[in-house]
Design a protein around this ligand. Structure first.
Ligand SMILES: Cc1ncc(COP(=O)(O)O)c(C=O)c1O
Length: 339
């Protein structure tokens, strides 16, 4: 058994996956009497279980073979799948670097997996000394989750490649990478069989409603994901919406340019406000802002129908503000001026 196989749960290694009607016959022409579908209607047929057209388009754009791509019902589905493939409930452990995206911990809880936290340093980077200490002290660490650019701090994480030397799966969540100038870890995919890069259609591509997340990884990991996922996990409507978004390069580029510009403008405008103590530099589509009183700022804005995220529970007196349209941002700035 190789290093990667030894990380997989025994029951998953032995699992004989469900074979759907579309697994057994994948052609698109014919009289289809094999899947107990209703012969009438517009949405009567099951979706392509392997999202071939969408993967081909992604493959072209990212220069990654289709066999190294997995599509999930949002990245959140993929995070849960990774737990179910690699972590034995009640026995295995994962590492996270808080403050970070909350779903790693929630998914761990759902799967009864212990989370070892290695807090980010004061400049929101990885504390490698503590990371190595934890990996030496703990057996059964199966997954390391790192989010870059990180939510809610907004910064890119440095030296991620150093994590890949450990004997665990490393999930690099790049949900916000398109808003940053930092390169994706996708270029390292061929070098590390334990690397999973997560990206999503929910942020830069503006498709949060459609629930489409993407994992890029070696073939072995993608095969395991295909084995464990529900057979028709991404609807035809969502596959079509995602494909359309990929074809609309121009619109995406225009929106990204607008978001960069607004991020800069909102940053400058907030800097001068009485309530604001510090604004952290951001590689994402949001700003982490330290204010004098996060609860007050949050509640006053809610009264004006402007909803931001109060992150005081994770970083003292900090709020996270998503960059909106220029009009929305003006409303935010005006209300904050009046505080
Ligand atoms: C870091 C990070 N990863 C993943 C997600 C969820 O992505 P998806 O909408 O693809 O499930 C979010 C959503 O806010 C996020 O911040």
């Amino acid at each position: 058994m190789n290093r990667l196989e030894s990380l997989v749960r025994e029951n998953i290694r032995a699992l004989k996956p469900y074979s759907s009607a579309r697994d057994e016959f994948s052609g698109s022409e014919g009289v289809f009497l094999d899947a107990n579908e209703n012969p009438f209607g517009e949405f009567n047929r099951y979706p392509d279980p392997y999202q071939k057209a969408l993967k081909e388009k992604l493959s072209q754009l990212k220069d990654i073979p289709s066999k190294n791509i997995f599509i999930g019902n949002g990245s959140d589905e993929i995070i849960d799948l990774v737990f179910r493939i690699f972590c034995e409930p009640g026995k295995d452990k994962v590492i996270t670097f808080p403050p970070t995206y909350g779903m790693y911990e929630v998914s761990a809880g759902i799967n009864n997996v212990e989370v070892i936290t290695v807090p980010l340093t004061t400049d929101f980077q990885i504390d490698f000394k503590e990371f190595y200490r934890q990996t030496e002290e703990n057996q059964n660490i199966k997954i390391v989750f790192v989010c870059s650019p990180n939510n809610p701090t907004g910064n890119s994480i440095k030296n991620i490649e150093k994590l890949l030397k450990c004997n665990a799966i490393v999930v690099v969540d790049e949900a916000y990478v398109d808003f940053s100038g930092s390169p994706s870890l996708l270029g390292k995919l061929l070098n590390y069989s334990n690397l999973i890069v997560l990206q999503t259609f929910s942020k830069s591509l503006g498709l949060a409603a459609a629930r489409v997340g993407v994992a890029y990884a070696g073939e072995t990991i993608i095969e395991l994901m295909n084995k464990v996922k529900p057979p028709y996990n991404v609807s035809t409507l969502n596959q079509k919406a995602a494909l359309k978004a990929l074809k609309n390069h121009e619109t995406t580029r225009r929106h990204l340019t607008m978001i960069y510009k607004e991020r800069k403008r909102v940053y400058k405008a907030l800097m001068h406000l009485n309530q604001v103590i510090k604004i952290y530099p951001s590689d994402a589509n949001f700003l982490l802002v330290e204010v004098k009183d996060a609860h007050l700022v949050y509640n006053k804005l809610v009264e004006k129908n402007i909803i931001i995220r109060n992150r005081d529970s994770v970083i003292k007196n900090c709020v996270r503000i998503t960059i909106g349209t220029p009009e929305e941002n003006n409303q935010l700035i005006n209300e904050l001026k009046n505080l």
